[in-house]
Design a binder for this molecule. Structure first.
Ligand SMILES: [Zn+2]
Length: 218
């Protein structure tokens, strides 16, 4: 009898052993979404990547997506969330604008992910030496639609407070802008308010140091 049980156990072990040889695919993952981003960024900063950006995974996800985080960040060519968080296809729903400055249309994108894709985490990420915020702080002459970025920043109460204090620390303005975008989202989106009240969503303000690649959270 004992031999029979051992035989059955070996058959099962063999079966699962074979399945682990198959290409890595998306499985149910109960890890906290923020923890996953933190761990991914740790891997990135150590140069020890562990992601699946295979054609097979993209194909597997072709009919549906289930991202665990929405990331709002700058359009800056150095700020690539999938690389910085070492994520797979389908993990992140990303909204990128210069200076991570949000408008009505961007809110719609965020709401789509929160309401329809049930994404439970929203990260707003500023970064060191952000060109858009620098242009505002240094009062660089801007023309065309680019000027709307500086105008938008100058209308933010969080930025105005720093200007009034004659603060000349660029990082303070970058971080204040992130706080403003979080406040803008909470104030202007009924859908996001509802998800926050129902504890279906967490919003985190964050900052990327481009010298170290490390992302920190408020
Ligand atoms: Zn930037």
């Amino acid at each position: 009898m004992l031999f029979n049980y051992m035989f059955i156990a070996l058959v099962f072990l063999g079966f699962f052993g074979c399945s682990s040889q198959e290409p890595k695919s998306k499985e149910i993952d109960t890890t906290d979404p923020l923890q996953k981003l933190i761990e991914g960024n740790k891997r990135f900063s150590k140069g020890k990547f562990n992601n699946n950006r295979s054609k097979d995974l993209l194909s597997e996800l072709s009919n549906a997506q289930n991202p665990y985080a929405v990331v709002v960040c700058c359009s800056d060519s150095r700020i690539s969330p999938n690389v910085l968080f070492d994520t797979d296809f389908g993990d992140l729903f990303i909204i990128r604008t210069a200076g991570n400055i949000l408008g009505e249309v961007d809110l719609a994108s965020i709401e789509y992910a929160i309401e329809h894709l049930k994404t439970p985490l929203l990260v707003i990420m500023g970064h060191s030496n952000c060109g858009a915020v620098t242009a505002f702080v240094k009062k660089e002459p801007l023309h065309g639609h680019i000027k709307t970025l500086a105008d938008s920043l100058s209308n933010e109460p969080e930025e105005q407070a720093l200007v009034n204090m004659h603060d000349d620390n660029l990082d303070h303005y970058i971080r204040a802008n992130v706080i403003h975008q979080a406040n803008f989202i909470k104030k202007n989106s009924e859908i996001i308010k509802k998800h926050l009240e129902n504890q279906k969503l967490i919003i985190k303000e964050s900052y990327l140091d481009t010298k170290t690649g490390i992302i920190s959270y408020n």
